[in-house]
Every structure is written in structure tokens, then in C-alpha cells.
Design a protein around this ligand. Structure first.
Ligand code: ADP
Length: 297
């Protein structure tokens, strides 16, 4: 499925300009939307699932304007909201069964088979009879993805799914998502955690303060940071100066002082070696670079 976002703006009634002229295009596979808190990710997600209208601009799914075809969109959509909660005394399987009927699965026998298939897929089959609100945080989130998947959606939108999960659960969640990419679906994953964006994402976008600062592949993001990440060995005096001038990504104490990594547009004036960037370096570089470009514009 092809998703096109054209000239999208969201201005809230209080004047907050949460999305500023966003243009994006992506297709089947996993698409990662990365940005710090307040960047506008949830606003974009809510518009994409037609829970909120944009102030201007369009979202097209296979050429179809989602605002004009909300019913059709919702039939092919699965959504895990950021604040997924349920106040229910239903058992885990009952909750999913209920979600299935909402998603239009009318045949009870088929629905129950699907419920157990999905519980198995997200590793909750063993706790199928436990009350859903008694599940652990990570399990609840996995039940959240199961309810987003029921009804065989073609587009799956997950908003900050790994926030608050411990590392084990985060990895588990990521694996569930990447397994989904084997099917012919479009997954939109919004996150402020750089580690959630992996090579499983064919495409990604970086949002900052409502602006799109990058779109492309994760490899491309990293490539853009090449030659801009440096390692320096500094005495305590130099360290203080460097901290003031550069964006320090990591600091490790060594015998002579500190070994630090920085991102910088120019080669620093202290003895340094250029290092191969990873995605975290690239993220910091991009955010900083864009900010500096804005200042000098
Ligand atoms: P993110 O999901 O990246 O944290 P959001 O889309 O939640 O970002 O928020 C983007 C901006 O819009 C923030 O400045 C936030 O305070 C503002 N915002 C979000 N929701 C509302 C709202 N209902 N009314 C006014 N401002 C809002």
C-alpha cells in the first residue's frame, strides 16, 4: 500500500503548531517515525488513523483521501494508541474476542481460532484465561498489538509501543513487529527511542518541533553523519571547554582525563579521530545540524 502525506499541517485551537507542512511517501514494510517528545508524532498518527482532522493537507492511501473514505480506511487499519488501556474484567482471550467482533469478524468459530492464533503470535497463549487488566505492563502492550492485528489489517499504526517496557519486553516487541513485515503490510512505528529504529525499517522520518528534518532509509541517515563524529582524549580543562562548544554524546573516564565522543560539522580543534557513526550518533547529528542550519538560515 502506498501512503502519501501532502502538505500536512496541524494547528491546535490554542495555537500550537504541531505539524508544519509535512510531505512524506512510503509503501509496504516498516516505516519508523522518530523524534523527541513533543515533535508531533502522535498528532501525525492520530491524523493518519482519522481520529483527528489536519488543519490543512492530505493523507492518501493508494490515492484515496482518508478524510473522505474513513470507513474504507478503518476496515484495513489496525491501531495501537500511545495510551492503550482497558478497564475491563474480561479475560485476555475475551478481550481479544471482543476486539475481533468490533473489527468485523462475525463468525464466532473463525474468530476464536484467530484469537488463539494471535495470542500465540504475541506469546500470550499461556495467560489467555487471566484477567486482561491483571497482565504485566509488557503483556498488556502485547495484547495491544494483538488487538491491532485482529481482522487482518493492511496498515498497522503503533504509537510509542515500547515506552516503559523493560529491555527484554522491548526486544520481544520489536521481534513481533519485524515478523509482521514478512506479510504484505505497512507498519508505521512511532517512537522517541532511537534503538527502536533498526534495519527492519525500510524507511524512516525524523520529526523535530513539528518539522520533518529527514526522510529516507536508516542507512542513509547514518551515511549523512559520516565524517561528523569524533573521538577525543581530553584533560579535565579541555573537557570543560569541549562541553561548552560541542555536542558530547558519550564520556568515559580514562587515566589522563576523559575519552569523549562528539558530533560536529567541522573537525574539532583538539586532536581527534573520526569514528564510524551509528544510528544514535546520526540522530544527534541530524537534530543538531538541523538546528544549526536553522540558526544560520
Ligand atoms: P509527540 O507525540 O512527538 O510527543 P505530540 O503530537 O503529542 O508529539 O505533540 C506535538 C505538539 O503539539 C506538542 O507541542 C504538544 O504540546 C502539542 N499538542 C498535542 N496535543 C495537543 C492538544 N490537544 N492541544 C494543544 N496542543 C497539543
Amino acid at each position: 500500500m502506498k501512503i502519501e502525506i501532502q502538505g500536512l499541517n496541524k494547528i491546535y485551537p490554542n495555537g500550537n503548531h504541531a505539524l508544519k507542512d509535512i510531505n512524506l511517501e512510503f509503501g509496504t514494510g516498516m516505516f519508523g517515525l522518530l523524534g523527541p517528545n513533543g515533535a508531533g508524532k502522535s498528532s501525525l498518527m492520530r491524523i493518519m488513523v482519522t481520529l483527528m482532522k489536519p488543519s490543512s493537507g492530505l493523507v492518501l492511501v493508494d490515492g484515496m483521501d482518508i478524510q473522505k473514505h474513513r470507513k474504507e480506511l478503518r476496515k484495513v487499519l489496525g491501531y495501537l494508541p500511545q495510551d492503550f488501556r482497558f478497564f475491563t474484567s474480561l479475560k485476555t482471550w475475551e478481550f481479544l474476542d471482543y476486539s475481533g467482533s468490533l473489527a468485523g469478524l462475525k463468525n464466532r468459530r473463525e474468530r476464536l481460532t484467530e484469537v488463539d492464533r494471535l495470542l500465540d503470535q504475541v506469546g500470550l497463549l499461556e495467560v489467555r484465561d487471566r484477567q486482561a487488566n491483571r497482565l504485566s505492563g509488557g503483556m498488556k502492550r502485547r495484547l495491544g498489538i494483538a488487538q491491532a492485528l485482529i481482522g487482518n489489517p493492511r496498515i498497522i499504526v503503533v504509537d510509542e509501543p515500547t515506552t516503559g517496557l523493560d529491555p527484554d519486553e522491548r526486544i520481544r516487541f520489536r521481534n513481533i513487529l519485524s515478523q509482521l513485515t514478512q506479510h504484505d503490510v505497512t507498519i508505521i512505528l512511532s517512537t522517541h527511542i532511537v534503538g527502536d529504529i533498526s534495519s527492519t525499517c525500510q524507511g524512516m522520518a525524523l520529526l523535530n518541533k513539528g518539522e520533518l528534518v529527514f526522510s529516507g532509509s536508516p542507512e542513509n541517515l547514518v551515511k549523512n553523519a559520516e565524517g561528523h563524529v569524533f573521538k577525543l582524549n581530553l584533560n579535565p580543562y579541555e573537557y570543560e571547554r569541549v562541553k561548552e562548544r560541542y555536542n558530547v554524546i558519550s564520556t568515559i573516564p580514562v587515566e589522563s582525563g576523559w575519552e569523549v565522543q562528539i558530533v560536529s560539522d567541522d573537525v574539532p580543534e583538539y586532536a581527534s579521530t573520526s569514528i564510524i557513526p551509528n544510528i544514535e550518533h546520526a540522530y544527534v547529528y541530524f537534530m543538531e545540524h538541523k538546528l544549526q542550519a536553522d540558526i544560520t538560515d
